[in-house]
Design a protein around this ligand. Sequence first.
Ligand SMILES: NC(=O)c1ccc[n+]([C@@H]2O[C@H](COP(=O)([O-])OP(=O)(O)OC[C@H]3O[C@@H](n4cnc5c(N)ncnc54)[C@H](OP(=O)(O)O)[C@@H]3O)[C@@H](O)[C@H]2O)c1
Length: 413
Amino acid sequence: MGRRYDLAVFGATGFTGRQAARYLAAHPERESYRFALAARSQEKLEALVAELTGDGLSADGVIVADALDGEAMDGLAAAARVVLSTAGPFARYGSELVRACVEHRTDYVDITGETPWVREMIDRHHERAARDGTRIVPCCGFDSIPSDLGALYVAEALHRETGARCSRVHAYHRGRGGINGGTVASLVEMQRGGGARRMRDLFLLNPEDRRPRSQSGHGDPVAPFYSSEAKSWAAPFFMGPINTRVVRRSHALLQGTERGDLFADDFRYQEYWKAKGPLGFAEAGAFAFGQGMAQLGSALPGASRLIEAVAADPGEGPSEATMDGGFFSCDLYAEGDPPPGAGAGRARRHSRLHGQGDPGNRITIKCLCESALLLALEREQLPSSPGGGVLTPATALGLALVPRLERAGIEFG
Ligand SMILES: NC(=O)c1ccc[n+]([C@@H]2O[C@H](COP(=O)([O-])OP(=O)(O)OC[C@H]3O[C@@H](n4cnc5c(N)ncnc54)[C@H](OP(=O)(O)O)[C@@H]3O)[C@@H](O)[C@H]2O)c1
């Protein structure tokens, strides 16, 4: 395609962007690709280049571009085969870049969790990107790769081992980490733009003609309960309203493709926080109560100003020790009806994903950068259908991403 770079990191001078820049500069496959650092500030880009050089690392170039300047976004999209973006809030800074990537047929990945904005991008660009075979893939961070790829992974294992089509997956998350100023800014942006109301739509990201007739059994959980499959107390997971919508879009887009057979038509996905130990009941109760209060509180006038005042500023985030000391785990339980003649009883499969490091930073950077590298270096490994559109990690990248994440230290079992 005659592009100057295989990859460009946009937002490279932000908290997650700097980590992505370093990850790509130090990657074992570094000699296989040319990559650029892109951001709005020449001065900050120079400082980042100097920092990398000081550690014996390098990028192949820099691109100065403001997210709100359409021409600059065209230049960025035309310069690389794949753009990865960490410039958020995405509802504020992301739309021109996605437009430019669609127009220049440049594959795109980001780490947004702003599902109302993703819905807008679907409405504006899915059709053209699908026609051109361009993969626009939001939600490639901790939200929502472990959930979305995890559901596909466990459904494929269930189908391979028993022949069953997966009719439901329950995911139970645990983790430890910090929170970035940029994440808080994005939450506040969503709150101000009426996003909280739109996020209540259980099928926010589904194609309009592929919403189930009945929503019964899909509702967001609100109360703690004892889970016999996870053998622990569980509570609603605060990222469930993001991840469940992404997994449901994956299921809807896979219907009618060669991977459609993995899932039953009435597939259901739900996720929870997994409480642990003898005080699991108390932990699950506190988790559910805390989230309920946060939801009520965030709807009060002036709440976003208060959150901004007490939280970290954009550009800031947890310490290196917090990011290194974090972890995530995700236990996925799949069920389905075995094919006729295969014996009585439901078919079941349990899978577990686990990774060391803060979910919102270390894990997010691995998920984002390995997704981009898969698009740039191994496009032939990608699922052929759907071959383009505003997609999800599971539909755009599929199980081809698993070996890359495993090599990066994320376990799938
Ligand atoms: N999916 C996940 O698990 C996950 C995890 C972490 C973060 N996130 C999301 O990722 C986003 C970034 O987080 P962060 O912690 O890295 O935030 P951050 O440090 O505030 O970074 C934001 C970046 O956007 C850039 N930017 C702002 N306005 C711009 C403009 N007009 N033109 C070009 N660039 C502009 C900033 O540039 P300057 O450097 O010049 O200020 C900065 O590089 C947030 O939306 C956050 O919610 C998602």
